[in-house]
Every structure is written in structure tokens, then in C-alpha cells.
Ligand binder design. Structure first.
Ligand code: ZN
Length: 335
């Protein structure tokens, strides 16, 4: 069964590691959680690849850099570097990797990439960069990573915690959401705080989507979604890509790889109970997070599907979770 994975950080991993990474991804260098041969082996047929800019670094909490606004020009330069890397990857793979600009382009052999930008820091107040990123193939934009920016406020990682921390969208953030609606760029709600979430829900008539999150009722991380948020997502026709990061799965929030793969299915079942099975999808966070040890990397995707079946999802439900629900959402936003 083919899988669409809503979120991974492979682009920024490769960008950080240098120019050899493109050939390594295509040839299968075994770095990180994902490369092309392993994607094939795991049944990964499509994925949201994220451009992520201005990583705050290890000591950012101590230095306060974590909460400082990042420089837009620096963020744009880093985003362009990662998108350029994706273009080289497409060329080097001789068609085995392609950038899908519409839902019909998601269907087919090889690995279809939905270009995503995680955190709108590269975009300036005139939104010129939004137009150019869209022209370059971007079909999904996360307003924030886990920090504030000129548009909105992301939740910090401190565990446990509520997503209801900090203010809602700025005026520029409202303008950006409306502009994404016009371009039919998906607005990704992952990392966004609760007030921002409800502001987007009020502004947008598009399906509400969180590409890589879990259920707050099972793991009280601020990165996870409350039942009220899940219900709103379900009612909008949107979805949640269940994040495989152990710290967003476990009830104790520990960054401990000794975590059962079945917890992914438990989050999926909770989202299905609250929001309907149409709201359940996958959003691994490969190359950006700690995976359950038994899952390992992208070659562990069939295990995830197996635990979904073992939890009681039918084969038809598993197909929707693995692929169909993402396609329904992209039919709206990826045109
Ligand atoms: Zn993320």
C-alpha cells in the first residue's frame, strides 16, 4: 500500500550536510531517516518536504535566541538554498523524484514531493516572496515553527503544556492567510498556538490541516491538538498527520526511542474517535525527530500500517489514512 507522509525535514537535513547530500539521497547513502531507495522499500510514494530556516541551535533556550524574531533576508536565503537543492534532487533522480504542483501530479510512479515551507519567516510584508515561492512549486505553508514571527506565534516545546500560549495572528498574519486562500496554498497549523489556530479557522474556508501533530489527550505537549481543535479539523474536512516523534506520542513526553510503534495507531484511533477517520493521516517528522527504535526509518512504514490494522482500522480506513485523506485535502489546496 502506498503512503503519503505529510511532513519530513529531509530537505533541511541535506542542505545542512552539504552538496554531496543530493547524490546520497538518490543513491541511498543511509543518512538520516529517508533516502530514495529506502522510500521505495517503505512504500513512500508522496511526501511533504519542508524548507525550514534559521534553526535556533542547541543553546537557543539559554541564550534567549529561541524567541527572537529571525531576519527575513537570512530566512529567504536559506529557503531558496533548500528549494534549489530540491530542484537539483529532481534533476539528479532523472524523474524518480518530482515536485507535484497539482493533485493529479501526486499520482504516479516514484516519489511525489509537495513543497512545504515550515515557518513563514522568508516572507516579507508585501508578500512578494509568497508569490515567488508559489511559482517555485510551494503548495503548503506553515505559518510558524515553534517560535514567534511577524505573522503568528508558535508554541514552545516545554512539556507538559497547553497549546493556548501567546497571542493570535498579527494583522500581517491575517493578510497572509487570506493570500494563501487566494493562491490555494495549504495553511499548515502545526506548531501554531491555539489562538492562532482559531483565527485561521475563522478566516479560512479551506480544510484545516495540521501536517505533523498528535492528540493532546494522549500526550499533553503544547505541540499536540486538543479535542476541540480535532473536532474543528474534522468538521472542516481537514486532517491531522500523526507525528511519529516519541516526545509527541508518549504520555510522559520523554524523548525516549524505546517507545512502541503502536502508540502511533493509538493517536490515530483517538483522532478518528473525535474527528472521524477522514481526519486521520500520517506526518512522520522523519529527519527532524526521534523515531520509535522499532520503526527505525522510512522502511518501517509498513509496520505503522500493520499497527493501524491491529488497532481495528479496516483495510479501506488504512488506505485513507495512508493516502486517500491527504489526496482529498490536496484536491482543494494543491491546484
Ligand atoms: Zn515541525
Amino acid at each position: 500500500m502506498r503512503v503519503f507522509d505529510g511532513h519530513n525535514d529531509s530537505l533541511s537535513r541535506m542542505w545542512k550536510s552539504g552538496p554531496d547530500a543530493v547524490g546520497g539521497f538518490v543513491g541511498g547513502d543511509g543518512e538520516g531517516h529517508l533516502d530514495l531507495p529506502r522510500a521505495r522499500a517503505g512504500g513512500l510514494a508522496g511526501g511533504g518536504l519542508a524548507g525550514f530556516t534559521c534553526s535556533p541551535g542547541e543553546d537557543a533556550y539559554d541564550s534567549g535566541a529561541y524567541f527572537a524574531l529571525v531576519d527575513q533576508r537570512r530566512a529567504l536565503k536559506e529557503a531558496l538554498g533548500q528549494i534549489a537543492l530540491l530542484q537539483r534532487l529532481v534533476r539528479r533522480s532523472e524523474g524518480a523524484v518530482r515536485v507535484a504542483r497539482s493533485v493529479t501530479e501526486l499520482d504516479g510512479a516514484g516519489l511525489a514531493v509537495v513543497l512545504h515551507v515550515e515557518g513563514a519567516e522568508p516572507i516579507g510584508p508585501e508578500l512578494d516572496e509568497l508569490e515567488v515561492l508559489h511559482a517555485a512549486g510551494m503548495r503548503s505553508l506553515g505559518l510558524v515553527w515553534s517560535r514567534p514571527n511577524q505573522f503568528a506565534t508558535g508554541v514552545p516545546f516545554a512539556f507538559p503544556g497547553s497549546p493556548d500560549q501567546g497571542p493570535g495572528l498579527t494583522d500581517a498574519g491575517r493578510t497572509l492567510v487570506r493570500a494563501c486562500g487566494e493562491l490555494r496554498v495549504l495553511v499548515d497549523l502545526s506548531h501554531l498556538n491555539a489562538r492562532g489556530f482559531w483565527d485561521v479557522a475563522a478566516l479560512s474556508d479551506a480544510p484545516l490541516v495540521a501536517s505533523h501533530c498528535g492528540a493532546h489527550a494522549l500526550c499533553p505537549s503544547p505541540r499536540n491538538l486538543t479535542d476541540d481543535q480535532l473536532r474543528a479539523i474534522g468538521e472542516s474536512g481537514g486532517l491531522v498527520g500523526i507525528n511519529f516523534h516519541v516526545g509527541f506520542l508518549r504520555h510522559d513526553g520523554a524523548d525516549d526511542a524505546d517507545t512502541p510503534v503502536a502508540l502511533i495507531a493509538r493517536h490515530a484511533a483517538h483522532v478518528a474517535d473525535v474527528a472521524g477517520v477522514g481526519a486521520v493521516a500520517l506526518g512522520s517528522d522523519f529527519d527532524g525527530a526521534t523515531m520509535p527504535a522499532a520503526l527505525g526509518d522510512v522502511t518501517g512504514l509498513p509496520q505503522v500500517l500493520e499497527t493501524l490494522r491491529a488497532t481495528g482500522f479496516s483495510d479501506a480506513d488504512v488506505e485513507r489514512i495512508a493516502w486517500g485523506n491527504w489526496m482529498r485535502v490536496f484536491a482543494h489546496s494543491c491546484t
